[in-house]
Ligand binder design. Structure first.
Ligand code: ZN
Length: 534
């Protein structure tokens, strides 16, 4: 009987919290930086998907980081909003200032605990590290109830020392204890044993929630995360599409679908609406221009494609022969016609609402104009098309340049030439230029107009949806005056989207220059080195 009760209990599912750090750890990885409006759009989608905690940024790292954490804290209602902070008063002050308007603010503070980090990076003795951690947690606790403490490079730390520092910070008020595998070094079975060992040496381990944060350097981030679940950890840190430092973080969609599909083994539930997974993944790709590989688990283009004849035969007989989860369960639907040329304003606003967007009248008018123009060029308009129109929307800025018109002549065996007209401060200027292909010709015409020298570092083109009349999303990374800028352009004409992407990157430079002149360049510069941590 006792055995039966035990079994029944173990089968009852327990709750796992999903801590998403797409906007902090993910955003600081190469090519993934986002603008304020993009971060807010992503945060809203994370909330819609049901994540429990959104780590919105590292408030002290820059004025831009601070503003985005603050804006997300003010926007998001259902999830906790966290800011990262070193165990320093100035960081903790800044973090609290940024998250304090959240319904559920959290400060996430950290200090390195491995011998190698304490000796070479912090240049501090272990006793001093414990003291600083405790002081930081006490200081933060006086401002904010919910305090997460992370032991940076946790998996390469001495488990006895971790037990000591964790007990101390829990006594000081930490509510969540996070064990990061900062360098992606752990092996699943070892990681689970490690956590049990640390907790086994503690007095107060049951007084905090337990969390892990795994990096994917050995391709084991998700495996390590799931092993930690089996060692009793209940908060999992992850990112959409697994973006993050180096090889990235544990992928949210893989963790969630593993817990969901193998609930029989794992026995845990999450608050994630799995049907929102695909939309979250695609939104992030469209914002950053960083796409997942086709064979990526859960969200790759081929993740639910069955090519071989034997598999197809099986699938036709019964889907479960080769399908362990349905495409519908991750939100992969047959693309259906949503709107078209004859759809009115009402239908469009309705669709925006269904997608979770609410804008003021002026903004809706603006988007509706874009929608009408798109409907003239494209027969059917899908949700992805509408979302693509919203991404990367900039605040209107009189100093920005815009594309007025262009004409390109090209052909096999002839030099491409482009004539481009842009408007700048109310004035229209045009220039012609030759180039190595149509895009190069157009870009060099713009360089002539603005007397700029640009170096194209990356150029990508993706179709937003299927079909010959699909919108093309162009992404560029351009070096201008020694700095890299990202730009995105959208049109059913791929040359137009390519030119728009270039102009978008130039406008980003114009915006950044203005912000620098407001905030100054000397803003806590020491933090540039810490942007690349855990
Ligand atoms: Zn990390």
């Amino acid at each position: 009987m006792r055995e039966l009760v035990g079994k029944a209990e173990s089968r009852m599912s327990k709750q796992i919290k999903i801590f998403d750090t797409t906007l902090r750890d993910g955003e600081q990885s190469p090519g993934c930086s986002m603008r304020l409006s993009e971060k807010i759009q992503m945060a809203k989608q994370l909330e819609r998907m049901g994540v429990d905690v959104i780590e919105a940024g590292f408030a002290i790292a820059s004025p831009g980081d601070f503003e985005s954490v603050k804006a997300i804290a003010e926007t998001v209602k259902n999830a906790s909003v966290a800011s990262l902070a070193r165990a320093l008063e100035k960081d903790l002050d800044r973090a609290y200032e940024a998250v304090k308007h959240s319904e559920k603010p959290r400060i996430h503070t950290f200090i390195a605990t491995s011998d190698i980090h304490m000796e070479h990076k912090l240049k501090m003795a272990p006793d001093a590290v414990v003291r600083q951690a405790v002081e930081a947690v006490k200081y933060a606790k006086a401002k904010c109830f919910d305090i997460e403490f992370s032991a940076e490079d946790g998996t390469r730390s001495d488990p006895q020392f971790l037990a000591r520092i964790f007990d101390a910070v829990i006594e000081a008020g930490a509510t969540v204890i996070n064990v990061p595998d900062t360098v992606g070094y752990a092996i699943p079975s070892e990681f689970a044993d490690f956590i049990k060992k640390v907790r086994g040496n503690m007095k107060f381990d049951h007084r905090a929630d337990w969390s892990v944060h795994c990096h994917n350097d050995l391709g084991l981030a998700v495996a390590n995360t799931l092993a930690a679940v089996q060692a009793g950890v209940t908060q999992l840190e992850c990112t959409v599409n697994g973006i993050g430092e180096r090889a990235g973080n544990a992928a949210l969609e893989e963790i969630v679908m593993a817990l969901h599909t193998r609930k029989d083994q794992m026995g845990y539930e999450t608050n994630i609406k799995t049907e929102e997974i695909m939309r979250s993944s695609q939104l992030l790709s469209s914002i950053t221009g960083v796409y997942v590989q086709p064979n990526k688990a859960i969200v790759g283009a081929n993740a639910f494609a069955h090519e071989s004849g034997i598999h197809q035969h099986g699938m036709l007989a019964n889907r479960s022969t080769y399908e362990i989860m349905t495409p519908e369960s991750v939100g992969l639907k047959e693309t259906k016609m949503v709107l078209g040329k004859h759809s009115g304003r009402h239908a469009f606003i309705d669709r925006l609402k269904t997608l979770g967007y609410e804008f003021d009248k002026q903004k809706v008018d603006e988007l509706f104009e874009k929608f009408k123009a798109l409907a003239d060029a494209k027969k059917t308009i899908y949700d992805r098309d509408i979302e693509a129109l919203i991404i990367g929307e900039r605040e209107p800025d009189p100093d920005h340049i815009s594309l007025e018109s262009f004409m390109i002549s090209q052909g096999l065996g002839m030099t491409s030439t482009a004539l481009v007209r842009i408007s700048k401060n109310g004035e229209q200027i045009e220039e012609a230029s030759k180039g190595d292909g149509p895009v190069d010709a157009a870009y060099s015409a713009i360089e002539n107009i603005l007397d700029l020298e640009a170096r194209l570092i990356d150029y990508q083109l993706h179709a937003v949806t299927e079909g010959e009349d699909a919108q093309g999303e162009a992404f560029v990374v351009v070096e201008l005056e020694g700095q890299k800028y990202r730009g995105r352009g959208l049109s059913t004409d791929i040359l137009e989207s390519s030119i728009e992407a270039f102009i978008d990157a130039i406008n980003q430079m114009i915006t950044d220059k203005k912000e620098d002149s407001v905030h100054g360049n000397d803003y806590d510069t020491e933090n540039f080195s810490i942007k690349s941590r855990a």
